[in-house]
Design a protein around this ligand. Structure first.
Ligand code: ZN
Length: 462
């Protein structure tokens, strides 16, 4: 494997060389590589990774054999199109087929030092494993994204993301690599977070767009002026599309008197895979770590620059669980036109929606199928349900309507409370209300009933 990254040793083994504060790029060589150099490097890595997967993962070996993929016959980057796709569902199935880490992994467990986990539609968390080297490179990549928004040693960065199994948790280490002071706040109540931001005179923090808005309003309600009573200069957002929607971005920037930077991440691969540079015009996704494909989700053929398609990523450096042609399910537009910042890597200009029916509610992935699973399992109910998603004070909320069987005699409020609890445990976020209806009150449809009503403003431009 060809070494390009500045990371040369394990955690604490090497002192990381970081650029001087005046330097524009975290890794000038990589960030400004010309297209020919990038492509040469990618081809070399692709050959290496395909062989590595074939030799070390029972899953990849089987599926490559089945599709007639010969690792010795990867001769150009075009050959990526012969490789089979992966997706979240395959990831989950392979994990269940070969517990605990699945047979997509390519290293013995002894080499795995970190796993993140995310809840999926079956309720079984899917894990994302990292070797020590993967973890180092993951943090180096995060440092590259932080550096591009201007984070430097003078900054105080309050990391307010969840530390519990969430892949974004360790990103604070990447921030510290820039030399910034990393404050490990975690997911805490907003009053406490405001206190920390204020007392530590934080210059940068990271949250979701809707929470950034909510937090600013909470500060105002408590008699504070977000612009004057805090030292924030920049807010990073991720997890929802708002950060790339100009009107939303401007509103949050205005409220706090900050610059807003959007990041995009996939827990199956990294913390953040793409991020805005100082130009705030699209999110750079770096091709030394990924082969970036944007495909028409029906034909699976590539679409043109700035045309909508599904983002498909192949990891080029992850060893614990390489991902070959991972279908993200996100519909994006990507441009390869050179950015004014001088970085040569492509930019995601818009994230327009999800292919599947997953909802993002206050940054938590919620599948209607999770609600369905709860409702169908409860023998006191008909199994019919409806989800109504809406905004309340700039926060995402949802109600769940259910039907109680006529034969069941019990207090509706007690029933509602019990179902609410089960949903909370299952999906990680509570419905605002569970509304108990009588048998037959919900509309029935002959096929594919409309079980989700999303009243939130259309955040995806059409
Ligand atoms: Zn740029």
């Amino acid at each position: 494997m060809k070494e390009l990254s500045r990371v040369k040793g394990g955690i604490g083994v090497e002192v990381y060389a970081k650029p001087g504060p005046q330097e524009k790029y975290w890794d000038a060589e990589i960030e400004t590589m010309n297209l020919r150099q990038i492509r040469e490097y990618q081809l070399e890595q692709l050959k290496y990774m395909v062989r590595f997967c074939y030799e070390n993962s029972p899953y990849y070996r089987a599926v490559f054999n089945e599709k007639g993929v010969n690792p010795d016959k990867i001769n150009s980057l075009e050959d990526v199109k012969h490789l089979p796709f992966t997706n979240k569902q395959i990831e989950r199935e392979r994990q269940e087929a070969a517990p605990d880490f699945g047979d997509m992994i390519c290293v013995p467990e002894e080499e795995i030092v970190y796993v993140s986990a995310s809840s999926g539609s079956t309720g079984v968390p899917t894990i994302s494993p990292f070797t020590a080297k993967d973890f180092d490179e993951f943090q180096d990549y995060q440092a590259r994204l932080f550096w591009a928004i201007g984070m430097r040693a003078k900054d105080r960065y309050v990391h307010a993301l969840n530390f519990t199994l969430f892949v974004g948790g360790p990103d604070v280490i990447g921030a510290m690599r820039t030399g910034a002071l990393g404050v490990w706040a975690g997911a805490i109540p907003s009053e406490r977070l405001l206190f920390i931001l204020k007392s530590f005179k934080a210059t940068i923090t990271w949250t979701t767009p809707s929470y950034a808005w909510y937090l600013g309003e909470t500060a105002q309600k408590e008699g504070m002026d977000p612009k004057k009573d805090f030292s924030l200069e920049k807010i990073i957002v991720a997890g929802e599309p708002g950060g790339s929607i100009t009107s939303t971005r401007r509103a949050i920037e205005e409220l706090w008197g900050v610059e807003l930077y959007d990041f995009y991440g996939l827990s199956d691969l990294f913390g953040a895979n793409a991020g805005m540079c100082e130009c705030q015009n699209g999110l750079h996704i770096y091709e030394d770590h990924h082969i970036v494909e944007v495909l028409n989700p029906e034909t699976m053929e590539p679409v043109g620059d700035m045309e909508r398609g599904e983002l498909v990523l192949t990891t080029l450096r992850k060893m614990a669980r390489p991902m070959i042609r991972f279908r993200t399910g996100d519909i994006v537009t990507v441009t390869r036109e050179k950015c004014e910042c001088g970085r040569t890597h492509p930019r995601i200009m818009g994230i327009h929606g999800r292919l599947d029916d997953m909802l993002i509610i206050t940054g938590v992935n919620v599948f209607p199928s999770d609600i369905e699973a709860v409702v169908r399992k409860d023998e006191r109910l008909t199994g019919e349900y409806r989800m109504v998603v809406y905004k309340e004070e700039h926060l995402d909320r949802f109600d769940v309507e259910i039907e109680k069987l006529d034969a069941v005699e019990m207090d509706e409020e007690v029933l509602a409370q019990e179902v609410r609890e089960v949903i909370k445990v299952r999906v990680g976020v509570s419905p605002k209300r569970v509304i108990v209806l009588k048998e037959g009150e919900l509309p029935r449809a002959t096929h594919k009933a409309k079980r989700v009503i999303d009243k939130r403003n259309k955040v995806w431009s059409d």
